[in-house]
Design a protein around this ligand. Structure first.
Ligand code: FAD
Ligand code: DLZ
Ligand code: SF4
Length: 514
């Protein structure tokens, strides 16, 4: 490259990290960073309005820190009349403006955008260096090597590799405390008398307020409230949220990971996924902080291990599956499910208290914790036989942390079993008893969780048996479902028919999505 050569560095909205690979070794004096707010990204699904506002505001704050650090940043706003609406259109415009000799970019988080980056070299007749995203522990190639030849992929074994690789919670070559996984100690139901810490809320500054106004004007029909917007949009504030979690919630994170309480959206969860996923927080650094708290005796092992497993285990594992399975993963529909999602997924207006709580807080905060996503909204969609592609679109729309690489395997694989068991060894299905055990929802529900059939019975109960019955051909041989199938088979035919009739009547009453 000549002394005056210039490199264009397009930086995507989920690449807001200082140590992003595309900046590594680059000279600020000979580089132009390009950041683009584009209609394509704001509209590939009808995102929750707080999700759009969070990402655009975090991008606008990040520009300032990059400029303060000496970088030249060309920033294109969504309301710029010359905005072409696409990453490729904006890169074309920036090439006109800056006449670069090369493009350096970090690989995209999803197939859709990665295909765009890969087309740039031909389209612009410039060298394009697409760098691996080093914010993840395992490259795609490393994951594929681990997975190669295995009959079944299981997160637990991949997770152990990541523990060894990072040295997190290791005692020499043994797991800290003698066990790799303390999940059995992480299933306490929460009681009202326990004090649940509230995550810090960040009042919108002038930059965020301008974004909120723009989003209000441009996306009037998208789901979601903006009045309650309280996300951190700078690294500094995200670190404040991280410290608050480590100090106040982490000690009990393990015990109450699966608990649910009316009117308490957060409990002991971290609410850090939006920040980790855009790059404001570094996942490995966060895990090292968690380990340090454990070593200092401030946090019990089940909490530290449980949290670290979510990040270096599940988060890395679902990403590996997403890239390994390919762009057609989204079309899988193992259980041949085709029902539209009911309309109340967009309003929260249903008499089922558990669903109205999980969906209501999703509309208000663009957040629900894992067990609400898996065992309330996900479980219900699975039991009614909702189309997995529609379920996937809903989850991608409504959560502030939703990007296809992490959302799709969690939804289509873990929650809807639509990949036939690549990600999870059994469908996560349950009747009302599980929800009653892990929450206080049923006490204030119009339905009775103890009843199995009839108009006042908890709909989850009959739907559960209906699900097993109609999928018997595909699920009967699953060892982990052997017990419920034996119970079903032993049931009197009249009881079975009453359950079938009750579930059918309920299914007929559902109004489809708008
Ligand atoms: P905590 O409970 O505090 O967990 C700590 C961190 O671990 C999270 O911030 C997250 O980074 C990571 N983590 C935990 N579970 C998972 C998981 N299963 N997969 C990947 N990372 C995990 N997570 C997303 O980040 N984006 C999504 O779009 C997303 N969609 C989901 C859809 C469904 C149907 C399900 C069942 C789960 C989904 N998850 C998704 C995983 C998980 O629910 C969220 O990461 C978590 O609820 C975020 O809240 P938190 O930060 O308070 O998490
Ligand atoms: C999700 C999102 C939204 C809503 N808007 C933008 C945007 O205007 N500009 C941008 O660079 N990124 C945005 N994103 C995040 C991108 O969709 C994300 O970076 C890609 O999905 C990565 O593959
Ligand atoms: Fe949900 Fe059934 Fe409990 Fe009502 S009774 S809250 S529908 S599980």
């Amino acid at each position: 490259m000549s002394a005056t050569a210039k490199t264009l560095i397009p930086l995507l909205g989920d690449q807001l990290s200082f140590d992003i690979a595309s900046l590594d070794g680059m000279d600020p004096a000979r580089s132009v960073i390009l950041m683009m707010e584009v209609a394509d990204e704001t509209a590939y699904v009808a995102h929750h309005r707080a999700k759009i506002a969070f990402i655009l505001s975090a991008m606008r704050h990040h520009v300032q820190t990059l400029r303060d650090a000496g970088w030249t940043v060309d920033y294109v706003t969504l309301d710029d009349p010359a905005n072409s609406g696409s990453f490729t259109g904006e890169v074309a415009g920036a090439i006109e403006r800056h006449k670069p000799d090369a493009i350096v970019v970090t690989e995209a988080g999803e197939w859709r955008v990665q295909a765009m980056l890969e087309a740039w070299a031909t389209r612009f007749a410039l060298p394009v260096d697409i760098r691996l995203d080093t914010r993840f522990l395992a490259t795609h190639a490393e994951f594929d090597t681990w997975a190669a030849g295995k009959k079944q992929l299981r997160m637990e074994f991949f997770y152990r590799e990541m523990r060894r690789k990072t040295g997190l919670l290791m005692d020499g070559d043994k797991p800290e405390g003698g066990k790799w996984n303390y999940d059995a100690e992480n299933r306490k139901p929460a009681a009202r008398s326990l004090f649940a810490p509230q995550p810090p809320r960040f009042a919108p500054d002038a930059v965020t307020r301008a974004v909120l106004d723009m989003v209000t004007a441009r996306f009037p029909n998208n789901i979601g409230s903006l009045e309650t917007f309280a996300f951190a949009t700078t690294r500094e504030d995200a670190l404040t949220a991280q410290t608050a979690f480590l100090d106040h919630a982490l000690p009990q994170f393990g015990d109450y990971q699966d608990a649910m309480l009316t009117g308490e959206p957060y409990l002991w969860h971290s609410i850090l996924s939006p920040y980790i996923n855009v790059g404001l927080l570094d996942p490995l650094h966060l895990c090292r902080e968690v380990e340090a708290r454990y070593r200092e005796g401030k946090v019990p092992l089940n909490s530290a291990e449980g949290f670290i497993r979510q990040i270096i285990g599940w988060r890395e594992y679902v990403r590996g599956i997403y890239w390994r399975e390919g762009p057609d993963y989204v079309t899988r529909n193992h259980l041949d499910a085709h029902r539209p999602l009911p309309d109340f997924y967009w309003t929260g207006k249903t008499a089922m208290h558990c669903l109205s709580q999980a969906i209501g807080q999703t509309i208000d905060h663009a957040y629900a914790h894992h067990i609400q996503r898996l065992m309330i909204t996900g479980n219900f969609a699975l039991l009614i036989g909702a189309d997995p592609a529609a379920v996937h679109r809903w989850y991608l729309e409504v959560y502030a942390d939703a990007y296809e690489w992490v959302e799709l395997p969690n939804t289509l694989g873990m929650s809807q079993f639509a990949d036939g068991g690549i990600l999870a060894s059994k469908p996560y299905c349950s009747g009302g008893a599980y929800i009653d055990r892990m929450s206080d929802y049923c006490g204030s529900c119009r339905y009775s969780v103890k009843q199995r059939t009839g108009p006042d019975a908890c709909p989850f109960n009959a739907l559960y048996w209906h699900f097993l019955d109609r999928n018997v051909g595909k699920l009967r041989n699953n060892q982990r479902l052997a017990m419920p199938y034996r119970t079903w088979e032993k049931m009197a035919e009249a009881d079975k028919q009453a359950l079938r009739d009750s579930a059918s009547a309920f299914l007929d009453s559902l109004a489809p999505s708008p």
